[in-house]
Design a protein around this ligand. Sequence first.
Ligand code: NAP
Length: 419
Amino acid sequence: YGVAPDHPEVKNVQHKFDEVASDPRFQFIGNVSLGKDISVTELKPHYDAIVLSYGASAEKKLGIKGDDGSLKNVLSAGDFVGWYNGLFQDYNLQLDLTRTDTAVVIGHGNVALDVARILLMDVSTLSTTDIAEHALETLKQSKIKNVVLVGRRGPLQISFTTKELREMFQLPNTRFHTDVDFLKEEFSNHASYISTVRSLKRLTQILEKGIYNVEGDKSWTLKFLRSPTAFVGGNDSHTRFVKAVEFSVNKLEGDVRSSIAIPTGEIETIETGLVIKSVGYRSLPVEGIPFDKDRGLVYNERGKITDSDGKELPGMYVAGWLKRGATGVIAATMYDAFETAEVIISDLQSNKPMLNGVASNMKPGATAILPLLAQRGIRTVSYKDWKKIEARESELGQQKGKPREKLAKIEEVLKILDE
Ligand code: NAP
């Protein structure tokens, strides 16, 4: 649900899930919210070990004027991505793509590029993907022709990966804007540094080539050295749509590898009717688990959960973005999960205490959990149920020439299971 609809090859990871799920020792219990339907404390007596791997579902806060939900068409990238990817909780996202031809996206990471691409892509291309139908219908009416991606630092501090940046230059009928003089100056001032970092070398080559993309009715722009300071609304007190973003103009200080953006005092305004904030995600704590609020992750040592002083919590582990923060592509997350698995195996082999003393292989697991959830009226979803949902989604997709039609309402999904 986080992968862009036009990146179907990335979704091949689902075959890995199927492979794991086919192991008779594996049990999937879906449609259960940790901390709401069941707590970690309630799970503990029934297992030898628990691995928390619930990701980073909240957006990082900008904490600037107008970023308090009072202005319409100021969205977080997480919500926007969830909306076009058919996440239940984002189905009702309020947005209007017909008021403006210019969108501002804040942030220079891959999520910002995903968002920009979806806004600029031809809907005819999108309609052959598994994009959620409600999003496709809204995008068909879209008047957005220009997307401005604004970063607080410079071209050598972008967080894009090469494939995603290259795709931007392959968008049909779309020209590219940037401050070419600044770009060239940065590349020439730091040529020796660039030559030592392979990924950066490729990114700079793509950008250098891309500045000749000057044709097209649509456009995308990379703006550097700008930090948002306020979202400004229109005068109409009823609608209160965003009409502009104020930015402080920055300069870079410190070593190029870790430069920081310092405001120069100059302010610049960009007029826009749609703002998407793409400045990264953060994890949320759950009750009873030591959480590092500053870094937005669970305290851990190679995946073994510890308290804030580094003391290990027996049988408690963590993997994914909750373990190391919201960075890295799927492959990085996989390698990181292997590390957690190795730590669990090594703890078991050395007979370290687990949740209830030394592991006994006798814990009831799901046999104890499922009746408890049923008692609470939770309709759990098994892997077999999921395959039924998947089959229906594929069938619905085929009728429309899409690989899948994601059902975007939980009621519709649960109805299939009760048929
Ligand atoms: P990201 O790569 O960390 O990028 C966040 C961007 O927001 C950076 O440019 C950062 O600038 C900026 N930012 C952070 N705080 C800010 C602030 N207060 N004011 C202004 N700008 C601010 O995060 P992401 O784009 O959300 O992606 C998360 C991870 O998922 C990444 O590792 C990404 O590669 C991965 N991902 C991959 C794909 C793919 O492979 N296609 C797709 C989506 C996501 P600074 O550098 O100055 O902090």
